[in-house]
Design a protein around this ligand. Structure first.
Ligand code: AMP
Length: 681
């Protein structure tokens, strides 16, 4: 069995090429050793500091990326052009003419130099039962999966949907797709059958890889059963590969394949496909401001290079370090920093299957101690949750291995940042607040890399990464040049890691990202630039909310809420939540005929949302209202609803465009009543 073996591996790990010198030593003597920090810099004249390197990466983007791509990727045949991009038309192409295989870059080349180095440490849900997988073993597993997929008819250009928790076989499945030239579409294993089926259909997948059951926080989830339910509306699916995470057998149908057994019959060598730089590597669905999730497309060379470079420099990752990104592989963070970035760099990466509080709130730090994690990368929502449990859950474990702490997914508030820095990191480890998105492929703004001893300001992502030129736009669409000001965050020039399109909908891609500010990539986020020129992300500017670091469109939740039989219409907004960052607040207008009890309705709505989307999208608060505030043209004025919920009643703004301004008073009173009820519970 590939998954359920609970033994700690006996494989000896030899890190023959350890580099103990830190980046700070290397850049410590300004002007003398930039090439030791980044070998490619030897070819850039007059660059003697990290900030000069950043400037050059923006002003001379093509030479910078060409040098880095030649040095850091193994090519089957070299690229002939560095970039061919036109942001105004959504045309983004990097390293054309080049051929490579991503799995060879992540596995084979390290097997040649350090076969017994540990590639993955699978931190299983059951504490103390971690499994280590060497590069040699991961290559073998990947080849067997690749051959299995090929035997069952998966071809170059097909798309395989992977519905699995974080585990070595999920990584091998992603890499196996890359090996044979198929795209993968990983769907977070917390998504419901309906959300899964929508993503399978949109991706036109005919092959699925899953497990019998998932295990998380001590609870078992029936993933195979969810797949079966999803497939009732996916007639094109012809094969489901089922691996065994637990011992519990599941019902198998004619289209199901027992993956563990069948893999053993396959050859451990699998010929890698020679892929073009711009062939699709994967699709990853994310929420937008309309009801329909979008399948962002990432391609081979540019994505891999960007993931590898950001992993190396933002976290100051060195050979021999153990990198602990606790995100699930179902999100872009798991793709770029649990899988592709670390493996392209020949690193050792942790796959975390559990939760921050299982079996107790010391889980992260006990794991850090046991696995000797050097870089820990997690989400502010978990930090906020853990700080409530108290310092003792942290301080009882040895965290001396830690060198860098990372934060991702949402703004990190100062209190959480300070706790992370002082208690978790003992004021020794830089905290890197990393801003990026599914669309950007990798980190775009983070405090590191930077010149030695450059300051880090709590709660700020601060500095653009190599090749990134952030700009702020004012309400008239003009670039804001001054500091100490806010605006819509755009990126002024393309970079290799960015998404290329939305699967089957390039028009939506250009409309969403390229047309709002022609010639610029629009991120959908707002940002503040301090007087020193540092960036701080202020939050989404569109109807997308961020619950515990997970992005969800308000329209997506409304679609589902409106499907409940008692509901006439609804408006969903995000509001500040002390643990989740943002909570979901639903204003609901009932049908005249509805006689639902409030408690029944609330249960019905939550059940429906969790069944149709996922648990994290469930409303935290439901307010039943007679009417919604609408303009005369019928548009819901969410701005007003947000102000009511945030209790900013003197900032309601101009209400004169409302069809009936009296609605607002009813909603204010209803909200106050709801608060009173909650407080008395
Ligand atoms: P996703 O594509 O699901 O990873 O979500 C990306 C969104 O999360 C961004 O557009 C931001 O709104 C938010 N986000 C990610 N990282 C940060 C950060 N460090 N600070 C503030 N917001 C962030």
């Amino acid at each position: 069995m590939w998954l359920s073996c609970g033994r700690t591996s006996n494989y000896f790990t030899s890190f023959s090429c350890r580099v103990f010198r830190s980046r700070l030593d290397v850049l410590g003597r300004r002007g003398c050793n930039t090439a030791a920090f980044m070998p490619e810099a030897a070819g850039f004249e007059g660059v003697s500091s990290c900030s000069e390197l950043q400037e050059l990466s923006v002003s001379g983007g093509s030479s910078f990326w060409a040098a880095v791509a030649r040095h850091r990727l193994s090519w089957i045949s070299p690229f002939t052009t560095v970039q061919d991009c036109d942001l105004s038309r959504g045309r983004i192409k990097w390293f054309e003419g080049g051929k490579l295989n991503v799995s060879v870059n992540c596995l084979d080349r390290h097997v040649h130099t350090c076969p017994d180095r540990v590639a993955l440490i699978w931190e299983r849900d059951e504490p103390g039962s971690e499994v280590r997988v060497t590069y040699r073993q991961l290559l073998e597993m990947t080849c067997r999966v690749g051959n299995l997929l090929r035997r069952h008819g998966v071809k170059r250009g097909d798309c395989v949907t992977i519905y699995m928790p974080s585990c070595p076989l999920a990584v091998a499945s992603m890499l196996a797709c890359a090996r044979i030239g198929a795209a993968h579409n990983v769907v977070f294993a917390g998504f419901s059958a309906e959300a899964l089926s929508e993503r399978i259909r949109d991706a036109q997948s005919s092959v699925i890889i899953t497990v019998n059951q998932g295990v998380r926080g001590g609870k078992v989830t029936e993933l195979k059963r969810t797949v079966d339910e999803a497939l009732q509306s996916c007639p094109a699916v012809r094969k489901v590969f089922v691996a065994m995470r637990t011992e519990t057998p599941v019902v198998m149908t004619a289209r199901d394949v027992a993956m563990d057994e069948e893999m053993l019959k396959e050859d451990a060598v699998c010929e890698p496909a020679a892929m073009d730089s711009e062939d699709i590597l994967f699709l990853l669905y994310t929420s937008g401001s309309t009801g329909k999730p979008k399948g962002l497309v990432h391609t081979q060379a540019g994505y891999l290079l960007y993931a590898a470079l950001t992993h190396r420099y933002v976290f100051d990752y060195h050979d021999g370090d153990v990198f602990g990104c606790v995100a699930d592989i179902g999100w872009i963070t798991g793709h770029s920093y649990s899988v592709y970035g670390p493996l392209a760099n020949g690193g050792t990466t942790v796959l975390f299957e559990s939760t921050p509080i299982y079996p107790d709130p010391g889980r992260y730090w006990e794991t850090v101690q046991r696995l000797k994690i050097n870089q820990f990368y997690g989400a502010p929502t978990a930090i906020r949750l853990l700080l409530k449990y108290g310092d003792q859950w942290v301080t009882k474990y040895d965290r001396s291995s830690l060198k860098t702490l990372g934060s991702v997914g949402e703004p990190i508030n100062t209190e959480a940042w300070e706790w992370y820095y002082s208690v978790v990191g003992d004021r020794r480890c830089p905290v890197v607040d990393t801003w990026w998105q599914t669309e950007t492929g990798g980190i775009c703004i983070a405090p590191r890399p930077s010149d030695p001893d450059a300051e880090i300001v709590p709660g700020m992502a601060m500095r653009p990464f190599f090749g990134i030129k952030p700009v702020l736009m004012d309400t008239e669409g003009k670039v804001v040049t001054s500091n100490n000001t806010s605006g819509a965050l755009c990126i002024a020039q393309p970079w290799p890691g960015m998404a290329r399109t939305i699967h089957n909908n390039h028009q939506r891609f250009t409309e969403t990202y390229c047309q709002p500010y022609p010639g610029y990539f629009y991120t959908g986020d707002g940002a503040y630039r301090s007087k020193e020129g540092y960036y701080q992300i202020t939050g989404r500017l569109d109807d997308v909310i961020n619950v515990s670091g997970h992005r969800i469109g308000t329209a997506e939740i409304e679609d589902v809420v409106n499907q409940c039989s008692a509901v006439a219409e609804s408006a969903v907004i995000g509001y500040s939540h002390d643990v989740k960052g943002q909570g979901v607040y639903a204003f609901v207008v009932l049908k005249k005929s509805a006689d639902a009890q409030e408690s029944d309705l609330s249960r019905q709505l939550k059940d429906t949302v969790s069944k149709k989307i996922a648990k994290y999208a469930c409303p935290d608060c439901i307010q039943i209202v007679q009417r919604l505030p609408k303009t005369r043209s019928g548009k819901i004025m969410r701005r007003v609803l947000r102000k009511v919920v945030e209790r900013e009643l003197d900032e309601l703004g101009d209400l004169s465009t409302l069809d009936d301004p009296a609605v607002v008073q009813e909603i204010i009173e209803g909200h106050a009543e709801l608060l009173r009820k909650k407080q008395s519970q």
